[in-house]
Design a binder for this molecule. Structure first.
Ligand SMILES: [Zn+2]
Length: 416
């Protein structure tokens, strides 16, 4: 059940600015005058509505329509990817239907690929209709003062700490593991624009315990952040889905292992298994779905954990539950889900998140992918309210859903 609040009509200048942006986009696509177009759009958006420029940056990141060669290594990177794809094809194309000649795909029944026209329909025409939840100008999130002292000293307890968005610190079997780490101010290819964080990271990067393993679910900017990865440096082992390691190589790292769906490895007594997800990938023009997306299982001697990454609802959750469940703890994304007609294939809504938890046989749920970056139509604080609404509707115990505050640590199970 989604609470719908009647949206006020858009002022005329906002409609005008969006129409002009579309014309500029078409111009951009048909010409090589990228820089001129971008400058014009920047001036225009600053004058009229800076927020829409940020929307536009999100569209660029997601849908390959601009930022040609923002990073100078793109061409080389893509050449490198071609090599990786070939080796994957040789090894796995006969058994893995998620591989294609150009990269990867979602092979699940009922999955419908999102098109660029759908994106424009969402960003331009949907705004003109009623039925979109109204977003508050400010949000008030509680932040737990976490100085990291307990976490640095802990060698025994199974703990989870929410840093924000999909970034978790998991302490399991004496190992310190980060999921999709992002400490940057924006999830964007450029530092001056793009979705900005509403809440500062719940634990400073400098206050972290020594990190043993970093897992990455896919290469979108809100999940694979170059600045954070560079700061974390060479000490941790990075576990990434197929073809993502070329990116780490370009950033000077060599301490990674790349896994395909259903592959796993042992590291310091924990099995890390790369699991399917229903999502997509891409950071630059022309690299959509060139790298794989995934979820992760950690299986230790005493405890286990499932990290769903970014995913729409798909039959893979049941299979993961059958093969690796039940899980002591499962991190499930609950945010960036509206509008449903657009987001359904790639992002769970809170109701589907409850179903996904049950499918994977998760005992305790940590909701992620909310409350930090504004990436969709719902207000940032709406996903946990919707989650609890669904939990109550199904008469499930609320205490099994740990809605953490930024910086909050919960001990899942102790060894003493
Ligand atoms: Zn994503």
């Amino acid at each position: 059940m989604i609470i719908r609040i009647k949206a006020p009509p858009l002022p005329a200048e906002k409609i005008f600015s969006r129409v002009v942006c579309i014309i500029l986009l078409i111009f951009l696509k048909k010409s090589n005058l990228f820089v001129a177009s971008l400058l014009a759009m920047t001036c225009f958006s600053l004058f009229y509505e800076f927020v829409f420029y940020q929307d536009f940056i999100v569209s660029l990141c997601y849908f390959e329509y601009s930022f040609y060669r923002v990073e100078s290594d793109i061409i080389e990177h893509q050449k490198g990817l071609a090599g990786i794809e070939m080796s994957l094809l040789v090894n796995t194309v006969s058994t893995q239907s998620h591989h294609t000649n150009a990269g990867f795909r979602n092979p699940f029944p009922g999955f419908k690929e999102t098109k660029i026209t759908d994106f424009f329909k969402w960003k331009i025409f949907d705004s003109l209709k009623n039925g979109k939840p109204q977003k508050p100008k400010r949000y008030y999130f509680e932040i737990v003062e976490n100085n990291g002292k307990y976490l640095r000293e802990n060698k025994t307890d199974f703990t989870v700490t929410w840093i924000g968005h999909s970034t978790l610190l998991i302490q399991m079997d004496g190992m310190n593991i980060l999921t999709d780490p992002i400490w940057s101010e924006r999830c964007s290819p450029v530092p001056f624009a793009g979705p900005k964080r509403f809440v500062k990271p719940g634990l400073a990067l400098e206050d972290l315990p020594d990190i043993d393993v970093v897992i990455i679910s896919h290469d979108h900017y809100d999940h694979l952040d170059r600045t954070t990865v560079k700061k974390l440096g060479k000490k941790p082992l990075y576990l990434v889905p197929s073809a993502v390691s070329k990116r780490l190589q370009k950033w000077g790292l060599d301490n990674y292992k790349e896994l395909d769906w259903w592959e796993s490895l042992q590291h310091n007594g924990i099995e890390f298994a790369c699991m399917p997800a229903q999502h997509f990938s891409g950071r630059t023009p022309g690299d959509r779905n060139r790298t794989l997306w995934c979820s992760w299982v950690f299986r230790g001697e005493k405890n286990n954990f499932y990290f769903a990454g970014d995913s729409g609802y798909f039959p893979g959750f049941k299979e993961i539950g059958q093969r690796y469940g039940p899980f002591d703890l499962a991190a499930i994304p609950i945010g960036s889900y509206m509008p449903r007609w657009f987001m359904r294939p790639i992002h769970l809504d809170p109701g589907e998140a409850v179903q996904a938890l049950q499918d994977v046989k998760g005992k305790i749920c940590i909701p992620i992918h909310w409350g930090t970056f504004d990436l969709a139509d719902e207000p940032l604080d709406m996903p946990p309210k919707e989650l609890l609404h669904n939990v109550d509707k199904l008469h499930l115990p609320r205490e099994n859903f740990l809605i953490l505050q930024h910086g909050e640590t919960q001990v899942v199970a102790g060894n003493h």
